[in-house]
Design a protein around this ligand. Sequence first.
Ligand SMILES: [Zn+2]
Ligand SMILES: [Zn+2]
Length: 147
Amino acid sequence: MSKTLAGGCQCGRVRYTATIENDDAYLCHCRMCQRATGGFAAAFVNLPRAAVAWRSEPDWYRSSPIAHRPFCSACGTPLGFGFLGGLNLDLTVGSFDDPSGFVPTAHSGAESMHEAWLDTSALPRQTSAETQSVVSRWQAAGLEVPE
Ligand SMILES: [Zn+2]
Ligand SMILES: [Zn+2]
């Protein structure tokens, strides 16, 4: 059952739609993905390039001799990964407008995996709306805490 989802960068300059056939996603732990996203791993959805329509074009960074990565040069959001000449493209899970439906199904780049970050489900939790340092700044700006 395919569905079309929209996404883009933080500032809104780059927008895309993607037609997905399932909810599969994966984590890449390789050092290049760690550097490219600034995270302990990159969370990606792998799609045929033909399933991705850029509504406004991203910038592309040639991250290695074999790959390039779409991003927004205005706000810096990492948007994905692709092998040069490859038929598929990865989009970053967090760049989708609603990333909540994706399910991780595999680990790539496992040689650089940070085991301590994988199962964090027992850590204490607080929402942004419960975090006074966040709430007071949004209130001072005259705004509600965004989701
Ligand atoms: Zn942007
Ligand atoms: Zn990687």
